[in-house]
Every structure is written in structure tokens, then in C-alpha cells.
Design a protein around this ligand. Structure first.
Ligand SMILES: *[C@@H]1O[C@H](CO)[C@@H](O)[C@H](O)[C@H]1NC(C)=O
Ligand SMILES: *[C@@H]1O[C@H](CO)[C@@H](O)[C@H](O)[C@H]1NC(C)=O
Ligand SMILES: *[C@@H]1O[C@H](CO)[C@@H](O)[C@H](O)[C@H]1NC(C)=O
Length: 343
């Protein structure tokens, strides 16, 4: 990470005054759940047809669903792509809905462990784009297109003004692929220095979300939350802008945007950061410090003023294995309360 002293001091000062929100557990996965020793949840989306949460696992190419409103939420596996054929993808990454109840996901293989520089890396050549159609009585998963030159497909963003088109971040190449899921074609449309990994961390550009003519992104290795103008057909239209830097000693993963453009960013190793629209400062609003509640937050999504966070857990080491879980933070409710008290 290459933060200047100025930025680090600013981020630190900002965190000192940030309001802290309580984190409520929704579901803790058992280490046995995915059949691989522990569960690493890599991404989350709200399912548009029933308001439940869709979870993409990195431990097994599994999409599960969980109802956070249930008295006793229980996950349900919708599809296990790893089981479809010999050599099928071992992990899922980003997720975006392209048409009613049809989700496009990144899929591929990861290598983990002390022998891998940086601890975790994609397996070059293993990455593909899949669709998961949830309209029928059973989920139907199909490979849309393989992207052999990809090294680590991560965040996926739909382009609502170009039906069937998604943008996909490659964390290792520092690039964005544009995938036409109808034509089953792809092109590498943008590679930038602010997308690159570095400093021993193989994750450069990570989460991506399109809103208001901008593609917002995080870069984990470089500690950047930023944006790039994008046109309605899903092509870039101008230079990248750095919005905020990750608080010192943390790195950004995937994130959620409010309609106003406020960002809630899953912040490794244990926190959620908040960047108000128009602000250049990231504040830790949940977790952080010595908190162990969020073990490796990977992504988050907003639903009716509540932020749902998913975590990777801890794969190994003296603390592991501890599986990931689903957590809830009432960011909207707390903000309303603060207004009532202080306005
Ligand atoms: C940021 O973190 C580094 C490494 O932990 C530390 O050396 C540095 O003093 C920190 N900077 C600030 C402003 O806290
Ligand atoms: C998914 O499929 C893989 C490969 O067949 C299997 O090892 C694993 O147990 C399955 N996991 C679940 C949750 O079904
Ligand atoms: C975190 O833990 C360290 C080591 O146990 C301790 O020195 C430090 O005061 C703790 N920090 C907070 C904010 O509790």
C-alpha cells in the first residue's frame, strides 16, 4: 500500500469521530457446510423476486439463498456448479442480475496457502462467466463464456441500459472485461494503473458497481475507492478519479452504494467503511480495532436501510478454520435516529 502520510493521517482522524453501528449476526456457517472444511462467502446480492440474499461461495462454486427475515434463517443451496462435471469451477466471485431472476456470476479457481505469493491468487486461465437462472422450480446454471486470458475475475456489474451486458473486473490483470451474455462474447475494454494489484497483494480492482454514468470501483492492493465515467452501452468515457483511500492498515473489498452515491465498503480484516457522496474520506463505522465480529468482510448489500455483510471467515492459521457468516447493520435506521437527536 502506498498511502501518503497526509492521507493516512486524514483517514485516521476521520475514523476517530465516526459513529459506530452495532453488528447483528444473521447466520454463521458451520465448517462442514460446503464439504471443504470451511465456508468462504465471496459475494452477496438481494434476490429481486423474493428479497432474500443470494450468497456466492469461494469454497465450492456454490450459490445459496438465505432469508434474513426468518426467525431462524437457514441457507439453501440453489446450485453447486463444482458438482456439474469433472474440472468444473471451484469458486464463485461477483454476481449481478441481468434480467428478472437471472444472475451472471464469475467462476474459476483459486490457489491458497503459504506457498502462493500473497497467500491467495487466481489460477490463470481457469476463469469463466456463468448464468444462474432462478425462474424455474430448480436453478439452471450454464457457462456463458470462458475467458482464458483472465487471471482473477472478481466484481461483476450489470449495464442496465445495454440488455445482457455485464462488466467484469480482473483483479490480477488490472482490467475490465465487457461481456455480452446474449452474444456470448467478451472484450477487454479498459486497463488502468489504478486497477493494478501490487505490494504482495494479488487483488487490484475488486468490487465494481455502475451508477449515474460512473463505474465505481475498489482497488484492494492500492487502497483506492474511485470511479470512471462509463457510457450507456458499457464503454469507458473518461479518466479515473480517486475518491477516497482505505484507512491505514486496511484494504477495501466489495461495496454497496445508496441511491445518493454514499458507499459502504467491506474493509479487510474486520470492518465496514463509509464514504459519504462528495466526501474524500473513508470512516470505519462498524468493526475495526480489535473487533473479531466480522472475520474477513468480503462484500455487502443494502436492502431497505439495512446493510447485509458477508464474510470470508479464516481459512487457516492459529485462529482458523472459522467459516464466514452473514451479518446485518441497521445503517438507515441509525442515521434517522441520529438526525432526530441532533437536527
Ligand atoms: C500506518 O500503518 C503503518 C504500518 O502499520 C504504520 O507504520 C504507520 O505509522 C501508520 N500511519 C499512521 C498515520 O497511523
Ligand atoms: C459441491 O460439489 C462438490 C463437488 O462435487 C462437493 O465436493 C461438495 O460437497 C458439494 N457441496 C455442496 C454444499 O453441495
Ligand atoms: C487491541 O489489542 C492490543 C493487543 O492486545 C492492545 O494493546 C490494544 O490496546 C487493543 N486496542 C483496542 C482499541 O482495544
Amino acid at each position: 500500500m502506498q498511502l501518503t502520510n497526509f492521507l493516512s493521517a486524514a483517514a485516521l482522524a476521520a475514523t476517530t469521530f465516526a459513529q459506530q453501528y452495532p453488528i447483528q449476526p444473521v447466520y454463521q456457517f458451520a465448517n462442514s457446510f460446503s464439504g471443504l472444511g470451511y465456508v468462504n462467502i465471496e459475494n452477496v446480492a438481494v434476490r429481486s423476486t423474493n428479497n432474500q440474499l443470494l450468497l456466492n461461495f469461494a469454497t465450492g462454486a456454490i450459490m445459496a439463498q438465505i432469508n434474513p427475515d426468518a426467525a431462524n434463517p437457514q441457507p439453501e443451496v440453489l446450485v453447486n456448479i463444482s458438482s456439474l462435471y469433472q474440472g468444473a469451477p471451484g469458486s464463485l466471485t461477483g454476481i449481478a442480475e441481468v434480467s428478472k431472476d437471472v444472475y451472471i456470476v464469475g467462476a474459476g479457481r483459486f490457489q491458497f496457502g503459504p506457498q502462493v505469493p500473497g497467500g491467495v491468487a487466481g489460477v490463470p486461465g481457469s476463469f469463466q462467466i456463468w448464468s444462474v437462472d432462478l425462474n424455474g422450480p430448480r436453478a439452471v446454471a450454464n457457462q456463458v463464456v470462458a475467458i482464458p486470458e483472465a487471471n482473477l475475475l472478481n466484481g461483476v456489474a450489470a449495464v442496465p441500459t445495454a440488455p445482457g451486458v455485464v462488466l467484469v473486473a480482473d483483479s490480477a490483470l488490472g482490467s475490465i472485461f465487457r461481456v455480452d451474455t446474449h452474444a456470448k462474447t467478451y472484450e477487454r475494454i479498459l486497463s488502468l494503473d489504478v486497477f493494478l494489484p501490487g505490494g504482495g497483494n494479488n487483488f487490484g480492482i475488486n468490487g465494481i458497481h455502475l451508477q449515474g454514468g460512473n463505474l465505481y470501483f475498489t482497488n484492494s492492493a492500492q487502497g483506492i475507492f474511485g470511479r470512471v465515467p462509463f457510457g450507456p452501452r458499457g464503454y469507458p468515457g473518461g479518466p479515473a478519479v480517486r475518491i477516497a483511500s482505505a484507512p491505514n492498515g486496511t484494504y477495501f473489498d466489495d461495496f454497496a452504494l445508496t441511491k445518493n452515491g454514499d458507499a459502504y465498503i467491506a474493509t479487510q480484516e474486520n470492518a465496514i467503511s463509509y464514504v459519504a457522496a462528495g466526501s474524500s474520506q473513508a470512516q470505519i463505522i462498524a468493526g475495526g480495532g480489535n473487533s473479531t465480529t466480522l472475520a474477513g468482510p468480503t462484500s455487502c448489500v443494502l436492502r431497505n436501510g439495512e446493510l447485509f455483510v458477508v464474510t470470508a471467515g479464516v481459512g487457516g492459521g492459529p485462529m482458523g478454520p472459522v467459516s464466514g457468516g452473514v451479518f446485518k447493520i441497521a445503517v438507515g435506521a441509525a442515521k434517522k435516529m441520529a438526525k432526530r437527536w441532533f437536527a
